[in-house]
Every structure is written in C-alpha cells, then in structure tokens.
Write a protein of this length. Structure first.
Length: 104
C-alpha cells in the first residue's frame, strides 16, 4: 500500500483516506497530439482580433492553404478550430455561472 498517494476526502464530519491501488486493467489516457496547423490558425485568428469574423476566417484559410495546398482541408481545419473555441467559451461560461450560483 502507498499511503502517501492516498486520496483524502472530508465528508462533513470525518476524514476518509482511500489508498492508491494500481489497476492494470484500466487503460491509461493517451497524450493528444497537437496539430501544428491548428496552432497556426489560433495564432492567425488571435493576431486579427479587431477585424470582422468573416474576414478573419477568409484570411486564416488563405494562410493555411499556403502550407496545406488543399483549400477544402484548410477550410476544415479553420472550422474545427473555431468550433473548439466556441465550445471552450460555452464551457467556461457554464463553469462561471455554476460558481456564481454557489454564492449566497
């Protein structure tokens, strides 16, 4: 048993320690590979913050198309990045509202 790795919880009146147990049957989380094109799209969109959304998207697609050499694939990459950003924004707002509602 590895007691220093124990998880300690407080249930309201008592502390509960659950010792760490190796579970080889569970799969480990794999590291997600980051796409260099997605990183570049993020940088491009970040640098063009004060422009209209359609212009930003058009310029990002054009710049990524120079590297990818496929207009459909570059559109797909930009769309994917924008969807991720939108989803992250929604999740952040949800977390914020839940945190605010915890206050008395």
């Amino acid at each position: 048993m590895h007691y220093p790795k124990s998880k300690v919880y407080f249930d309201g009146s008592h502390y509960i320690a659950i010792p760490h147990i190796e579970q080889p049957w569970k799969s480990k989380k794999r590291e997600v590979k980051k796409d260099k094109n997605e990183e570049k799209v993020k940088e491009i969109l970040e640098s063009k913050k004060n422009k209209v959304k359609n212009e930003k998207i058009k310029e990002a697609v054009e710049e990524i198309d120079k590297e990818v050499k496929d207009i459909e694939k570059s559109k797909e990459i930009v769309k994917k990045v924008l969807n991720k950003e939108k989803r992250n924004r929604i999740v952040r707002l949800t977390r914020l509202y839940r945190k605010v509602n915890l206050q008395q």
